[in-house]
Design a protein around this ligand. Structure first.
Ligand code: HEM
Length: 462
């Protein structure tokens, strides 16, 4: 029953959690409508129904929803919030560029290995004393994206870079705030009022300015004969190549939005998954020990770890997959706009309807997983202990808007976790209570509560 202004927010007790939609699905079925303010949203629940939307009806449902805040802030540019031919062109280019950056001497893997090595040094500098790993993790993952996009790293003491990280974090929180909802409901009023939404716009401006400065530096040092080294180099070449094409969507303005997308989509997600991973190592020391045994069997102490090594580490690989399944980091997977009439499980869905294929519901679908609500790495191991993946493992989504950074993210998760566990045993500080594995509310990424760990150097690696 939707009320004016509130819609059906009362159903959720005004508090949106990752399982909110699944709970409603138990009452209303696999396809049902909720109202956020005056906007009806058709929710699609369970792996098969989600797949029907994202794969079988991909053409009909690959548009993003343009709410007033998204329109005012993203202006239909970039990749994450754009749609139609402009989105297709930008996405295709970004995919191809990330592939090209994966090759060569300064490959993506090399960039990730470098950052993982630096993180090991930071953990080492704590000398086994208790510390909160969130900031170093976030900083390291942001630096991987910096290296990919800008071609260089930033120091943890660089004030401008710290402000950039702060702004990305602020935006991630703002999306779930009441002020965001108020803006969506009455943008004409909110545009003129002070409040956190104005800070969100300032943060966006700062992130854009940061991007513009980097583009400027690239333009100044660029020589026509130089091979492109980073994302900005490739993009500037593409602007040049498409100069004569009046339909081209490549320009510096769009590049600024693409940079924003890569940073926002590629930092919080990976850093938060790693925060969950470290927490699970502390809470499940037996799991940590088995991963370390595998590392020690496959590699000699100090031996550099490559992404390829995961093929000989089925247990480690299974644990990482299970963490991504069990602690899926996005509160709401993805909202789409039906660009054409569609149908899901026999229910007709009209053009213009907002649709929410609930990715979390696929990751917890009781028809797909033996123990959906338990942390169980065996979900990804066969009876001989060999790794296998499953169709319903879709934390990166599926279909035409599948996460653009999937390969990079998987590489980061594997290399960061194995590098840390090769060097340290992670423990909860002595005399403290076991940290909670319940997520904190109010964030777009589903975060663990802040926790402290001790990184005790391992004998072999010490
Ligand atoms: C654990 C890490 C990550 C997870 C769980 C994740 C998950 C997702 C999901 C669920 C989507 C929405 C897809 C849809 O609309 O159906 C998405 C989109 C996207 N992701 Fe990721 N992501 C991760 C890491 C990354 C990284 C490292 C990058 C950057 C290199 C990245 C860049 C993007 C972009 C640009 C999109 C928009 C794609 C589009 O709209 O066409 N993501 N991601």
């Amino acid at each position: 029953m939707p009320f004016p202004i509130l819609g059906t927010l009362w159903c959720f007790g005004f508090c949106w959690q990752q399982n909110t939609l699944s709970k409603l699905s138990k009452v209303y079925g696999k396809v049902f409508t909720i109202w956020v303010g005056p906007m009806p949203i058709v929710v699609v629940n369970g792996f098969h129904a989600v797949k029907q939307v994202l794969i079988n009806q991909a053409e009909e449902t690959n548009w993003r929803v343009v709410t007033p805040f998204i329109r005012d802030s993203m202006k239909g540019k970039g990749i994450l919030f754009s749609s139609g031919p402009a989105w297709k062109e930008q996405r295709r280019f970004a995919m191809a560029t990330l592939r090209s950056l994966g090759l060569g001497r300064k490959s993506l893997e090399h960039r990730v290995q470098e950052e993982a090595g630096k993180l090991v040094e930071i953990f080492s500098s704590k000398e086994g004393k208790a510390f909160d790993p969130s900031l170093p993790l976030f900083h390291s993952i942001s630096n991987v994206i910096s290296s990919v996009v800008f071609g260089h790293y930033f120091s943890i003491h660089d004030e401008t870079f710290c402000k950039l990280i702060e702004c990305i974090e602020y935006m991630a929180q703002f999306f779930l705030s009441t002020f965001h909802l108020l803006y969506e409901l009455s943008p004409w009023l909110m545009r003129h009022l002070p409040g956190p939404h104005q800070k969100a716009f300032s943060c966006l401006e700062f992130i854009h300015l940061f991007g513009r400065n980097e583009i400027q530096k690239h333009l100044e040092k660029k020589k026509p004969e130089d091979e492109p080294q980073d994302f900005i180099d490739f993009y500037l070449d593409e602007i040049d190549r498409k100069k004569q094409d009046p339909t081209s969507t490549f320009d510096e303005d769009n590049l600024v939005y693409v940079i924003y997308d890569l940073f926002t989509a590629g930092t919080d997600t990976v850093a938060t998954t790693l925060r969950w991973a470290l927490l699970f190592m502390v809470v499940h020391p037996d799991v940590q020990e088995k991963i370390q045994e595998e590392i020690d069997t496959v590699l000699t102490p100090f031996q550099r770890i490559f992404y390829e090594d995961r093929k000989n580490m089925p247990y480690t690989n299974a644990v990482i997959h299970e963490i991504q399944r069990f602690k899926f980091v996005l509160l709401v997977g993805t909202f789409r706009l039906c660009a054409k009439d569609a149908a899901v499980l026999g229910f007709p869905i009209k053009k213009g309807t907002v649709i929410a294929p609930d990715i979390a519901s696929a990751l917890y679908d009781p028809e797909q997983w033996e123990t959906p609500h338990q942390f169980n790495p065996n979900h990804f191991l066969d009876k001989d202990g060999k790794f296998f993946t499953r169709d319903a493992f879709i934390p990166f989504s599926i279909g035409q808007r599948l996460c653009l950074g999937e390969n990079l993210a998987k590489m980061e998760l594997f290399l960061f976790l194995t590098n840390l566990l090769q060097a340290f045993t992670l423990q909860q500080p002595e005399g403290t209570k076991e940290p909670s594995t319940r997520p904190v509310q109010g964030r777009f990424a589903v975060q663990p509560s802040p926790y402290m760990i001790c990184a005790v150097p391992r004998k072999a690696a010490a």
